[in-house]
Design a protein. Structure first.
Length: 450
């Protein structure tokens, strides 16, 4: 790789001949304030329970809503030249960064790490793109979600919820690990069904999808190298995508994968890399967030049993707002980043091109200036929908948010009507800086009689 470099006092503009692209990178950390004394980049901080971390975020919301932070300690690809990042913790600032896609771009990656561009291309699809390419690709993908196909997906979700709960509701012991028996099974099953993945490819797909985010779970990663695991897993999923393409070309189905293959907008179709990247994105984003939200919601019902009684008094009439509160309270995806490409001011701080700006969604959803008594699990909360659990809006607002909500509604309809005395022990959490993830959580209930 060879590069030509144009340098200013604040940033470097680097042209990469191999990739035929231009990147803005921080030239130096000079001119930045000292790292803020409240450090949220350390492994020690992220190993704390959520309640302790939230106390720290509350301090930042009051004292330093936009703070200059040290580079994150557990980076997947450590960068010795990383000067740090701006931590954005208040709801209003998160919304502003999310919606100002001209100033804060996604094309350099949306995770805290400066991951290789080839990995971004293989895994993050339009999530790590900027306009006009982002809008073109998103509209093309969206065209596959026809009303008929959406109705079919909802039918598949309802069936999956019933059969997943069937698999453990009559367990004689009345005790199971909710994550392995339900929370992680439900979204993966739905993904397989709506994409039309044949049985012989399902196990391999699930394993590779889990490895994509293994860096966020030290137990899953073990002693393996995070970047190698990610790249290998992404390659496997692209290989599976190619195999699916061959299968569906010969035998088209009434499934989303066939729809994506045939989707066309202004004479353009998804190419092989684009189709593969969206397949990877959906295999991860469409499974992990629902898994952790459902587990954390079961735990919340155990801690706030009156909320379950309130919901069940009129499930169909109250469930839409309830789901918004579940997402606000769980906020499973805790952060995403943008990169500044224009000089601007945010929270009284000067932001210059090349600066990483990390939005802490879990903090935004607990902002006291937006939500009354945010620490409470309140299904009647009138503005629960203003949460930042799916981001702060803008062009990158979660495309799959309606499917995620549909899965949660269907699953809890089954759980709360069939095993209503379901209670959860303290969950075992992942201890990662990206996903508020539940590794294991024992639940107890009166077995369903058949």
């Amino acid at each position: 790789m060879t590069t030509d470099r144009m340098t200013s006092s604040e940033w470097d503009l680097v042209f990469d001949e191999d990739e035929n692209s231009t990147h803005l990178i921080p030239a130096t950390s000079e001119g930045k304030p000292a790292y803020y004394h409240v450090n949220i980049s350390s492994k020690e901080f992220w190993a704390q329970p959520w309640e302790q971390r939230e106390e720290t975020f509350a301090v930042l919301r009051r004292e330093q809503p936009v703070s200059w932070q040290r580079p994150v300690e557990d980076a997947v690809v450590p960068d010795p030249d990383d000067p740090g990042y701006w931590a954005v913790v208040k709801h209003a600032d998160i919304v502003r960064v999310s919606r100002d896609s001209d100033t804060f771009v996604s094309g350099m990656g949306v995770l805290m790490d400066l991951l290789p561009s080839i990995f971004l291309e293989l895994t993050q699809s339009f999530m790590a793109m900027d306009n006009p390419k982002h809008d073109q690709l998103r509209k093309l993908v969206s065209s596959a979600f026809t009303p008929k196909r959406m109705r079919r997906m909802h039918e598949q979700i309802e069936l999956a919820a019933k059969e997943v709960v069937d698999s453990f509701a009559s367990e004689p012991s009345g005790e199971v690990d909710f994550v392995s028996r339900c929370a992680e099974v439900m979204p993966v099953r739905v993904f397989f069904d709506i994409m039309g993945i044949p049985e012989h490819l399902r196990k391999r797909t699930a394993e590779a999808a889990a490895d994509i985010v293994a860096w966020a779970d030290p137990e899953t990663l073990g002693d393996r190298d995070a970047s190698e695991v990610q790249t290998e897993a992404a390659t496997i999923l692209h290989d599976i995508c190619r195999e699916l393409f061959e299968i569906k070309s010969k035998e088209p189905g009434d499934d989303l994968f066939t729809g994506l293959m045939n989707a066309e907008l202004d004479g353009r179709k998804l190419d092989e890399v684009e189709l593969g990247a969206f397949f990877v994105l959906l295999s991860v984003a469409g499974t992990d967030t629902t898994r952790h939200t459902s587990a954390l919601t079961v735990r919340a019902f155990t801690q706030f049993p009156e909320q379950q009684h309130w919901l069940m008094a009129d499930y169909e009439g109250r469930i839409d707002n309830a789901v918004e509160e579940w997402i606000r309270y769980a906020s499973p995806v805790m952060n995403f980043r943008r990169t500044a490409v224009k000089e601007t001011e945010l929270g009284g701080k000067k932001i210059v091109p090349g600066d990483k700006v990390v939005m802490f969604y879990a903090s935004g959803s607990m902002d006291e200036e937006v939500f009354d008594e945010p620490e409470k699990f309140d299904l009647a909360r009138p503005n629960a929908h203003e949460h930042t659990g799916f981001g702060g809006g803008g062009v990158h607002f979660c495309l799959g948010n309606q499917l995620a909500k549909a899965m949660l509604k269907a699953l809890f309809r089954e759980l709360l009507t069939r095993i209503p005395d379901l209670t959860a022990d303290e969950p075992e959490m992942m201890g990662t800086n990206f996903m508020r993830g539940v590794r294991r959580m024992q639940v107890r209930f009166t077995p369903e009689q058949r």
